[in-house]
Design a protein around this ligand. Structure first.
Ligand code: PAF
Length: 285
């Protein structure tokens, strides 16, 4: 695997690869890689892409300084994992390389209602920061395909909209990959490694709640009831619940009740100790 730390060197290399008709598959990350990230690399390789992974902990998207400071950094292990997965290129820029004129002067995109609900409501400015960095990374790399994980479903919709605003929708193919899960259903996340043993032992309950919401729909049940049951269960186990939401999967407009005429998604965000976990599941495919 070749590691580039500057935009110019990366672009020069990609230019040569493109002239040899290679297609570029891009996997943006903030490091602390796990099997979920690696599944994105594997998907890109399956599509015969020259795989570029970026690792950049983006200060612009953290509304909580403590979360930024505590964000795990495991670069040595990340490089080993990417190497093993057969990733071709790692882009490892500095803050100055990404934001040469400062974070506040980077191009800022607006996402309307999409950035104000769910994660956007709880983490003010988060998606603005995601938009800034992904915009810069896409401009730098200009991939043929972009691989992202469905665990961050709202982020996937934001990035899709970002590409529309950047007039890249025709050029970049989106591949949103299924969430990788631990044996108990816990969605893989870099934050999971901050869970204590007892916290880890109960973290899979979020997944069980999503399954309950999905199966309640299949059995003709009532969303408000299952929502309350999940809330009580999570609280009883010590979670601080940010939301248990049923939403329109296209717009993330919140739904009060199951609606078979809509593509629906259930989304949960809850904190255990000081670790905030999010997960989601399609209710009707
Ligand atoms: O999902 C992430 O790890 C980040 O939000 C991303 C897309 C790499 C942007 O910093």
């Amino acid at each position: 695997m070749i590691i580039f730390k500057t935009k110019n060197e990366l672009q020069e290399y990609l230019h040569v690869q493109r002239s040899q008709n290679k297609k570029i598959g891009f996997v943006p990350t903030m490091g602390a890689l796990h099997d979920g990230h690696i599944s994105l690399i594997i998907n890109a390789k399956k599509d015969e892409m020259l795989t570029v992974c970026s690792i950049f902990v983006n200060p612009a998207q953290f509304n909580d300084k403590d979360d930024f400071d505590k964000y795990p950094s495991t670069l040595g292990a990340d490089i080993a994992l990417l190497d093993m997965a057969g990733c071709a290129i790692l882009y490892l820029p500095s803050v100055n390389e990404i934001y040469p004129n400062g974070v506040e002067n980077a191009i800022s995109y607006g996402f309307g209602k999409l950035e104000t609900v769910l994660e956007g409501a709880k983490r003010l400015g988060h998606f603005n920061g995601v938009g800034k960095v992904v915009g810069i990374l896409l401009e730098t790399i200009m991939p043929d395909a972009l691989y992202m994980g469905n665990k961050d479903y709202q982020q996937c919709l934001i990035v899709k909209d970002l590409c529309r605003q950047m007039n890249l929708s025709e050029r970049i193919r989106f591949v949103f990959c299924p969430t990788s899960r631990e044996a108990d259903g816990l969605a893989m996340s870099s934050r999971n490694r901050r869970l204590t043993e007892p916290q880890r032992a109960i973290a899979g309950i979020i997944y069980q709640c999503l399954i309950s919401i999905q199966s309640k729909y299949s059995s003709g049940g009532n969303f408000a009831i299952v929502q309350k049951e999940c809330l009580d269960l999570l609280r009883a186990k010590g979670f601080e619940v940010d939301y248990i939401s049923l939403s329109d999967a296209n717009t993330l407009e919140e739904l009060a009740q199951y609606d078979p005429n809509k593509k629906m998604i259930a989304l949960i965000a809850a904190k255990i100790g000081n670790v905030r976990l999010i997960d989601n599941m399609m209710v009707n495919e």
